[in-house]
Design a protein around this ligand. Structure first.
Ligand SMILES: [Zn+2]
Length: 245
């Protein structure tokens, strides 16, 4: 038996009474569970297998099975404040979907686990800071080998003082004021100020701009958002069904 902390990434109905639950475990990376009777009111797991919950799960490892059975599950942190806020919930769902779809499979993901655990805890704080999602995206870029150098101008190689003068999401390049000269920057001022805030450990005033820039950068590198969610979901469900019938 394995006892591990786990963050629930995704859950969907498998039958009238059961769930398929995909979780990021601290010990074994991403694991798919089948939870028989999980939808019943008297389910022993209560909120422990709700999406975005941080829980302790006990399960038996089986490298030959795609779906594992949960023996025990108990909530460590349900993130109630995060759930009350639609915007925070939406951001948390993008984080969990990116991890679920693009993190390497079949390997431990300690870095991803601690990054997501910290981001969810920060979003759950009553007076949470802005820029949590953007910092999570920067952390994912680091973990997956696409580190952004926010300190250096890509053209002259000098340290950038203050806000960068431009940012290119295709390459992740920052440009300093001197090198930009009289050119019109392609990035918006809000985006550039957002990067400066992240770099100097301040809160971005309008975090959505820098979040979108980071999402565009990641999309250029790992190709996400080109796929259609529902089609992927359908194929996944088709793959899963024969396994357990
Ligand atoms: Zn420069």
């Amino acid at each position: 038996m394995i006892k591990s902390r786990a963050i629930v990434l995704h859950r969907y109905a498998y039958s009238d009474s059961s769930w398929i639950v995909k979780a990021l475990t601290e010990e074994c990376g991403i694991v798919s569970f089948i939870v028989k009777g999980g939808k019943r009111k008297e389910s022993p797991f209560k909120g422990a297998l709700d999406p975005l919950a941080l829980s302790e799960v006990v399960f038996r490892e089986n490298p030959n099975a795609e779906l594992l059975f949960v023996k025990e599950a108990s909530v460590i942190e349900w993130h109630p404040h995060l759930r009350e806020n639609l915007l925070k919930t939406a951001k948390a769902q993008v984080m969990t979907e990116i991890v679920l779809r693009y993190a390497p499979a079949g390997v431990p993901l300690e870095g991803e686990f601690s990054l997501l655990e910290n981001a969810l805890a920060a979003l759950d704080a009553v007076n949470s800071r802005s820029g949590i999602f953007a910092r999570w995206l920067l952390g994912i870029c680091d973990l997956w080998g696409y580190t952004l150098d926010m300190h250096t101008c890509s053209r002259c190689g000098q340290a950038i003082e203050g806000a960068p003068a431009d940012f290119h999401p295709e390459t992740g390049a920052f440009v300093c004021k001197n090198c930009l000269g009289v050119e019109t920057p392609r990035a918006r001022k809000e985006t550039l100020d957002g990067f400066y805030a992240l770099r100097s450990d301040n809160e971005p005033a309008t975090p959505e701009y820098v979040e979108n820039a980071l999402l565009a950068y990641l999309r250029n590198h790992i190709g996400f958002m080109r796929e259609i969610n529902s089609l992927k979901f359908l194929n996944e469900t088709r793959k899963l069904f024969p396994e357990v019938q």
